[in-house]
Design a protein around this ligand. Structure first.
Ligand code: PA5
Length: 426
């Protein structure tokens, strides 16, 4: 169950959130009459994917049983969701890959040294690949796929290679789709009306997550439940409240949002969120700049800036409940001076750290919002994903931009291809 607290931030900034404007943005989103309305398939992805789900699960099971190393190749929305979800659900006590293959991610940088490490790690192991690219033309994953495919093709029969390589791509177009057809690789679709950063609950995210042992049914169930709340045209809708508050803060001149997560395993969720917000809202020289950190680790780095640097940020604390049996016991002599914590759990200690941080940052003039989730399991993660997707879309419409395209990303690609002397139309 996702809850938000925007009141303290609004009070500190002296603002009233524009709920009517947020309701209007939501109505536009639901009616499908806003900008980018050909990319709003994510609203019902949790239901639409049910047709493909049995095939996704069967493929994942086959890979899980046979692979030693499973490399997910993709960049941006084609890998961030799966990686964020996998790390979010992992903890020292819950190794999702225990019975399955080692899951690695590749194709999101252009580092030969990183590629060499993956090649080395795969030597003598049963390597499986899931290459993910909606356009099928993105350089980073394409290059990575070429190197890793080569390993499989050199060490396996064509029939075995067909078992080991799975493609997730836009069906019917793109180089990757053509290559997959030519070689006979199994293909999953990235739905036409779903953009990369909104695609984690399609085969893009679900296949890698199922291979890693994630309960994808529970993930979808959480998403489905949250969709009811986050698309509800009511002032109680938590996505709408959050969107209205952050737009109010932005309009008042505060341009940066810091998402403060509460565990190391949630650091990559911050990366997913940064892409969602950055690519959706950074348009027409406007938009909130997203940043993220992890408490309490980054209080010992960025904490100084948050407290006392330029007053250009508001902060959103992502508070996720945790249930650990560890409690501090008193020790004789109290040599480390920690007996004052006797009987407290880590969660108790963290709660004080988080509350203290919020109070300190507020005293330093930072408007602070809070988003609460019950625990770090699949269902709650599905809820969080939809919560933020809906909030992002409502925010984009309130801002007056198309939240579903990313035309500026082509700028770097064009210049890079020019330098690489890539022929036009190739
Ligand atoms: O959100 C988006 O659409 C982008 O971040 C894409 O996911 C990213 O650029 C990768 O594109 P593709 O899947 O076409 O390789």
């Amino acid at each position: 169950m996702i809850r938000v607290n925007t009141k303290d931030a609004m009070k500190l900034a002296g603002l009233t959130p524009d709920i009517p404007a947020a309701l209007e943005a939501l109505a536009t989103l639901k009616a499908g009459t806003g900008r980018g309305n050909d990319f709003i398939g994510w609203r019902t992805l949790h239901d639409d994917i049910m047709e493909d789900l049995p095939r996704i699960k069967a493929c994942a099971e086959r890979i899980r049983e046979d692979a030693d190393v499973f490399v997910v190749i993709g960049v941006g929305g084609s890998y961030l969701g799966a990686r964020a979800a996998l790390e979010f659900l992992q903890s020292p006590t819950r190794n999702l890959t225990e019975k399955g293959p080692i899951v690695l991610f590749s194709g999101y940088t252009l580092s030969g040294e990183e590629m060499e490490q993956i090649l080395k790690l795969s030597e003598g192991k049963k390597l499986y690949l899931n290459v993910i690219s909606k356009s099928g033309t993105t350089l980073e994953p394409a290059l990575s796929f070429r190197f890793l495919r080569d390993v499989i093709e050199k060490t396996c029969t064509p029939e075995e290679a067909r078992k080991r390589i799975v493609c997730t791509t836009g069906i019917g177009s793109g180089v990757l789709y053509g290559l997959a057809r030519e070689k006979g690789y199994e293909c999953f679709a990235v739905p036409e009306d779903v953009g990369g950063r909104f695609s984690v609950l399609s085969a893009v995210g679900l296949l890698p997550l199922a291979v890693a042992g994630v309960d994808v049914d529970a993930l979808l169930e959480g998403c489905r439940a949250q969709a009811k709340e986050s698309l509800c045209e009511s002032a109680d809708n938590p996505s709408l409240q959050y969107a209205a508050a952050r737009q109010g803060l932005y309009d008042s001149g505060i341009k940066i949002e810091m998402l403060s997560c509460s565990r190391e395993s949630h650091r990559f969720f911050g990366e997913w969120w940064k892409q969602l917000i950055g690519e959706s809202q950074g348009k027409e020289h406007t938009g909130i700049f997203p940043n993220s950190m992890v408490l309490t680790a980054d209080l010992h780095s960025l904490g100084q800036y948050m407290q006392d640097g330029e007053r250009i940020m508001f902060e959103t604390f992502l508070r996720i409940g945790e249930d650990s049996p560890l409690r501090v016991k008193a020790i004789e002599g109290d040599l480390d001076g920690l007996n004052y914590l006797e009987g407290m759990s880590y969660a108790d200690v963290f709660a004080c750290a988080a509350e203290g941080t919020k109070a300190a940052h507020e005293a330093g003039g930072v408007p602070c919002m809070e988003i609460f989730a019950d625990k770090a399991d699949e269902e709650e993660l599905g809820r969080l994903i939809f919560f933020f997707e809906a909030a992002c879309a409502i925010s984009g419409y309130m801002q007056g931009v198309n939240p579903f395209d990313q035309p500026a990303v082509n700028e770097y690609k064009n210049r890079m291809f020019e330098l690489l002397k890539k022929q036009k139309g190739m």
